[in-house]
Design a protein around this ligand. Structure first.
Ligand SMILES: Nc1ncnc2c1ncn2[C@@H]1O[C@H](COP(=O)(O)OP(=O)(O)OP(=O)(O)O)[C@@H](O)[C@H]1O
Ligand SMILES: Cc1cn([C@H]2C[C@H](O)[C@@H](COP(=O)(O)O)O2)c(=O)[nH]c1=O
Length: 230
């Protein structure tokens, strides 16, 4: 019998601190003796992300809306499937804890955000769930954190940052479309309740909370989850 591990996802709009918080949680759990590994999507250094890079570069259109959310989602899902097989399936099935910086949840936030009609968006989300978790057989997350930071603030954090896969100043088609990022953020807030994600407010009294304080909140929630599943 396989002893399923735990999949913990850190989600948030671009530049919300996902990488920072995934690393901190990973390092703390490792230090405390947990069997833990870290993954991050998209895997820009792998061939399975070629279609993602082409999409984000604008090869299929300059605007996110130029590519259907269904089609764009298949690019990201393909990379996740390859990663499951190559990086963590054995580890996860042996009971390991996997911390993911982005996951299917990013398709839910960024691709569903392209659809304004409520019924059509629900139809897409149901399709996506079936596609990634049933057809591809990817693990369903045990816990999803949503790092809640307004788009105006993450724009400040991202200032001067170079494109992750080209290394150039030119931003990808998502990053350069502020309205699109705002729609993605709004979509995420609606998904938090619907899918029981843990919303982590990153601001207090209009100021950014410290990395350490946010980390403590994330860690406590994780430990409580472990206690409950004992
Ligand atoms: N709470 C915070 N206070 C101050 N700076 C922060 C905080 N959280 C993250 N940062 C800084 O903001 C920048 C973006 O953070 P990070 O790379 O972790 O975001 P991300 O969500 O992984 O970004 P991307 O969407 O591009 O992958 C980094 O320079 C990081 O050090
Ligand atoms: C994994 C994943 C990502 N996206 C979106 C989210 C971002 O706008 C980009 C990736 O950018 P990053 O700064 O390199 O993290 O792609 C998505 O729409 N669907 C996904 O599954």
């Amino acid at each position: 019998m396989t002893q399923k591990g735990k999949l913990i996802v850190i989600e948030g709009v671009d530049g919300s601190g996902k990488e920072t918080q995934s690393k901190k949680l990973y390092q703390r759990l490792k230090k405390e003796g947990f069997s833990v590994m870290q993954i991050s999507y998209p895997r820009y250094d792998k061939a399975s992300s070629e279609m993602v890079k082409a999409y984000l570069r604008g090869d299929f259109g300059d605007k996110p809306q130029d590519v259907s959310p269904y089609i764009a989602s298949t690019f990201y899902a393909m990379d996740r499937y390859a990663s499951y097989k190559e990086d963590y399936e054995q580890f996860y099935k042996a009971g390991g804890i996997v911390i993911a910086d982005r996951y299917t949840t990013s398709n839910m936030v960024h691709q569903a955000g392209k659809i304004q009609d409520v019924k059509q968006r629900k139809k897409f989300l149901d399709w996506l769930w079936d596609y990634e978790f049933h057809l591809y057989g990817l693990p369903i997350p045990d816990l999803v954190y949503f790092l809640d930071i307004p788009v105006t603030m993450n724009q400040k954090l991202m200032k001067g940052r170079r494109n992750k896969f080209s290394g150039k100043k030119k931003k990808d088609i998502h990053e350069r479309d502020l309205r699109y990022l705002q729609r993605s953020y709004k979509t995420a807030l609606s998904l938090v309740d619907q899918y029981h994600w843990k919303r982590i407010p990153c601001m207090r009294a209009e100021k950014l909370r410290s990395i350490e304080e946010i980390h403590e909140e994330i860690y406590e929630i994780f430990i409580n989850l472990l206690r409950k599943s004992d």
